[in-house]
Write a protein that binds this ligand. Structure first.
Ligand code: GLN
Length: 488
């Protein structure tokens, strides 16, 4: 019996299109039907683009009929609503941009469009990507398909919930402090945050520019590799994008991992880690050993400083980046302003939610004249120490493995009233952003019916290695094939 379309990998779908087993229009229609049926219970999408999707699918079908196109031509996807999409609303999960229609495509979007992908819609997200639970969105929370009373993680929670529920075979996300990896972990997906500079940030609405990176949320390392291949590489529009060749990720997926040195940071297995999550992560690591990897205990001594460092650096950059939303050029504008100050004040007061305001206040404070040295400068120094921990570690090991998140998906509302507890859910993901390193999350064995994420971190530009290790693990296990109840 052949697999239902929504259970097929990107490679299998591409083969089916080429064999004329189904058309891109039929594929898009199949997924749009699932969106109509399942998304009302999830709220994973802010915008659905049925008409545009069918037009793009027809164009892809014409391309395929001519024998043109590449490995992604005709395949549907969803973009996180942080990526500018020409002619389509780009809200960034905020009232501030509720009516903003982007005048151009982000580079990530443009490259995937040129590759012939079909955009089904735009994914819900935490407001301006600030959050770990998708509860800060102006459009309301997203629900986790594994348990609708639980969060999908954030900030790419809509992307993760949509892919987990099989509303699209893949989605884009962004990761400033864990927002690809943590929702991937909580929803049972494979997501990769590339090395800073590997993927262009042009047209990706800025949160914290020195930390933000885009990447895919997929159902396997193989699918993630295909999408990363299409988006990675130099972009003259982004001065921080790196002009270095992009390796052929698919070519090394099957490489053996015998002798691979895997570092296990002792700080990632200590207090605060749910024992059941720990057991599941250790089971996945044992599987890596069975495949020939050697594990060694390492220390990332400044791990405990990652969260406080991030919560100075990220708000500082956010307060600067979000200054542009002033009600003048674009975004929400208050009604009947008395004067210019009133316009600024009320537009921002009305346009931003509580978490965004909290970050702007913290950021403005740590950058202010009397506090810059004590907070911002200190945080930059700590950032350097955190990077040096990794530099020392990667002199000894090829990859670092550990949990992605200290717990499985928590309940909606459980941490929403307590920002510090919420911030601590990113304790294992933030350091990779501060150091600019590539990192991914892939499913380990679920516990209590909920997914668990294994995190792999690599040296700069070692995406191919991470994808290879993840792929080998996925060839040997079936944790990534589990389907949320009701999404079969
Ligand atoms: N949860 C972190 C935050 O709230 C990270 C978010 C992200 O990676 N975009 O800032």
């Amino acid at each position: 019996m052949s697999l239902p379309l929504h259970e097929r990998s990107l490679g299998q779908l591409a083969a089916g299109l080429r064999a004329r087993e189904f058309s891109s229009r039929e594929l898009a229609t199949h997924y749009l039907g699932r969106i109509a049926r399942l998304d009302p219970g999830l709220n994973s999408l802010v915008t659905t683009c049925a008409e545009d999707a069918l037009a793009a699918a027809d164009a892809a079908d014409a391309r395929l009929a001519r024998g043109d196109g590449g490995p992604l031509t005709g395949l549907p996807l969803i973009h996180k609503d942080i990526f500018c999409t020409q002619g389509v609303r780009t809200s960034c999960g905020s009232r501030m941009l509720d009516t903003f229609v982007a005048p151009y495509d982000a580079t990530v979007v443009a490259r995937l469009k040129a590759a012939g992908t079909v955009m089904l819609g735009k994914a819900n997200m935490d407001e301006f990507a600030m959050g770990s639970s998708n509860e800060t969105s102006w459009y309301g929370p997203v629900r986790n398909p594994w348990d609708p009373d639980r969060v999908p993680g954030g900030s790419s929670g809509g992307s993760a919930a949509a892919v987990a529920a099989r509303l699209a075979p893949v989605a884009t996300g962004t990761d400033t402090g864990g927002s690809i990896r943590q929702p991937a972990a909580l929803c049972g997906l494979t997501g990769i945050k590339p090395t800073y500079g590997r993927v262009s940030r042009w047209g990706m609405i800025a949160f914290a520019s020195s930390l933000d990176q885009g990447g895919p949320l997929a159902r396997s390392a193989q699918d993630a590799a295909l999408v990363l291949q299409a988006v990675a590489g130099y972009d003259p529009h982004d001065s921080t994008s790196v002009d270095a060749p992009v390796p052929e990720y698919a070519a090394t997926l099957d490489d053996g991992i015998a002798g691979l040195r895997v570092g296990l940071p002792k700080e990632y297995f200590g207090e605060g880690l749910d024992p059941k999550v720990r057991h599941s992560v250790e089971t996945a690591i044992a599987e890596l050993r069975r495949l020939g990897a050697q594990t060694v205990e390492i220390s990332l001594a400044n791990t405990a400083l990652a969260v406080p460092t991030y919560y100075v650096v990220a708000p500082a950059e956010c307060s600067s980046n979000l200054a542009r939303y002033d009600g003048v050029r674009y975004g929400h504008r208050c009604a009947d302003p008395k004067d210019l100050s009133d316009l600024y004040e009320r537009s921002r007061a009305e346009g931003f939610g509580a978490e965004v305001k909290r970050r702007i206040l913290i950021g403005t404070y740590v950058l202010s004249a009397g506090y810059y040295d004590a907070y911002y400068l200190k945080a930059q120094q700590l950032r350097q120490l955190i990077s040096e921990d990794f530099r020392r570690a990667f002199a000894e090991v090829d990859v670092i493995a550990g949990p992605t998140s200290p717990t499985t998906a928590f309940r909606l509302g459980e941490k929403a009233g307590d920002p510090v507890t919420m911030y601590l859910s990113d304790i294992y993901t933030i350091a990779a952003n501060l150091a600019g390193l590539p990192a991914m999350s892939l499913p380990a064995e679920p516990v209590g019916g909920l997914p668990v994420g294994l995190q792999l971190m690599g040296n700069y530009f070692a995406e191919a290695r991470l994808l290879n290790v993840a792929h080998r693990l996925q060839e040997a296990t079936d944790w990534h094939r589990r389907v949320p109840p009701g999404c079969e």
